[in-house]
Design a protein around this ligand. Structure first.
Ligand SMILES: Cc1cc2nc3c(=O)[nH]c(=O)nc-3n(C[C@H](O)[C@H](O)[C@H](O)COP(=O)(O)OP(=O)(O)OC[C@H]3O[C@@H](n4cnc5c(N)ncnc54)[C@H](O)[C@@H]3O)c2cc1C
Length: 406
């Protein structure tokens, strides 16, 4: 007896679309796939092999209207909120993980500028972003490593501005971005929280960037940067002089945790899709059977897909709640705990799933190509701050009710 509403074609079960994409975002998903196929995929391998920043892909993303996806439509953005951001990040990552990660950091930088900036700053930077200008976040410092919220750099007042001296260890889009949100500290701040954000524009004197040579995400240009005696006028300070931890918790972290988790999910799905395709295509001449016909292979694929879909469920549940928070004027920091779990899980999951995909693909998967690239790209997730060690500690502390930091 057929069960109503269950779609079965030629005996093959169809996966319902809502399981892969939140309702109402199907058109956005289709547009992202079309863009990925046309603009991102064919440049991804070159960008990886030559450590080439994917500027053409990022320009194509902006030209498609995705330069300011979380900014309200009445301010020139796409107004697709955090769910739209997650749908796009996940999809882009399947086609070019470097483009997706640069775009996630860019989107977080744009939202930071929008949330903490004045009207004048929005009007100065958002129109450029819509045309393809790139923003970046320069937070992590070699001196404090993963503890990116504890910077040692500082920018004392000078004249009608600040004199910034900062060493940054990793800046995605470093040397390629049009402007950077540099997180530093203000010795002049009256508040106990000395954290300060300054916008530094690409042509300013005193900026140096260094090449990024890494295992994966090789197009990212995530190398170190130095800001030496950079004069930043006061109208390029975002928000207050000190007191910017509030924006770490309510903008930078929530967007980074959500967007990066979406990338790890997209990479994992890309790897499984490639493994499925390969397993169906490869036929052993001696047995006349495809790799996909071995039950043990199908079980491996099933286990991997269940892991991806668990992470995806967490992703869209968190994104939906965050959109609801914004609509109600509530703080995104109320979603931090679920986002810690989501990022930790997605970044662990992508390591496991890309390994499973390689195992299914066999020696062919180990050859330079799609699956080994997914494995290398995805490996960055657990290392990117807040790292998985730090997040597990915060989650554990929350469970046993020890303060987040002490
Ligand atoms: C590809 C890539 C892109 C990046 N892009 C950016 C960017 O655009 N902007 C930016 O600001 N930063 C960026 N980062 C930096 C990132 O966010 C982390 O700060 C960085 O990866 C930490 O590396 P580290 O070598 O300084 O780690 P370390 O701090 O030296 O950590 C080494 C190990 O110790 C663990 N550890 C550290 N502290 C603790 C603790 N308190 N408790 C338990 N374990 C701990 C870590 O988890 C890790 O396993 C990027 C990093 C990568 C890899």
């Amino acid at each position: 007896m057929a069960i109503e509403n269950t779609v079965v074609t030629d005996g093959v079960m169809e996966i319902p679309s809502w399981w892969k994409c939140p309702s109402g975002y199907e058109e956005l998903l289709a547009a992202a796939h079309a863009l990925g196929k046309k603009e991102l995929l064919h440049r991804a391998a070159i960008s990886d092999q030559e450590s080439q920043y994917p500027i053409e892909s990022l320009t194509a993303i902006a030209n498609a209207g995705f330069g300011a996806v979380t900014i309200p439509a009445e301010e020139g953005g796409l107004g697709k909120g955090l769910t739209g951001f997650a749908v796009l990040a996940e999809t882009f990552a399947k086609y070019c993980a470097s483009s997706a990660m640069c775009w996630v950091m860019h989107t977080a930088a744009v939202q930071t500028l929008y949330s903490a900036g004045t009207n004048e700053q929005r009007q100065r930077f958002i129109p450029g972003v819509l045309k393809g200008e790139i923003g970046a976040l320069a937070f992590s410092e070699p001196a404090t490593g993963s503890h990116f919220w504890n910077v040692v750099s500082s920018a004392p007042r000078q004249g009608n501005g600040y004199l910034l001296n900062a060493d940054k260890s990793f800046v995605t889009s470093g040397g390629a971005a049009d402007w950077y949100v540099v997180c530093t500290s203000s010795p002049d701040a009256v508040s106990e929280d000395k954290l300060m954000y300054l916008i530094v524009e690409k042509d300013q004197d005193g900026i140096e960037f260094f090449p990024f040579s890494a295992m994966g995400l090789r197009g990212n240009s995530s190398g170190p940067m130095k800001f030496k005696d950079v004069y930043v006028p006061v109208n390029n300070r975002l928000g207050t002089e000190g007191g910017m931890n509030y924006y770490n918790d309510n903008v930078v972290d929530p967007l980074f945790l959500l967007g990066s988790a979406a990338c790890w999910i997209g990479i994992a799905q890309g790897a499984v899709d490639a493994a499925v395709g390969g397993a169906k295509k490869k036929v052993h001449q001696d047995t006349g059977k495809s790799v996909a016909s071995y039950q043990v292979i199908r079980h491996e694929l099933a286990k991997a897909q269940i892991l991806i879909d668990s992470a995806r469920s967490m992703l869209y549940r968190a994104a939906d709640e965050m959109d609801r928070c914004l609509e109600k004027g509530q703080l995104l920091s109320t979603s931090l705990y679920p986002l810690w779990e989501l990022k930790t899980y997605a970044a662990d999951m992508v390591i496991q799933v890309t390994n499973q995909a390689m195992q299914v693909a066999g020696g062919r998967g180990y050859l330079t190509g799609q699956i080994e690239k997914f494995l290398r790209d995805g490996r960055a997730g657990a290392l990117m701050g807040p790292t998985n060690e730090i997040l597990r500690e915060w989650i554990g502390r929350t469970l046993v009710e020890v303060p987040w930091f002490d």
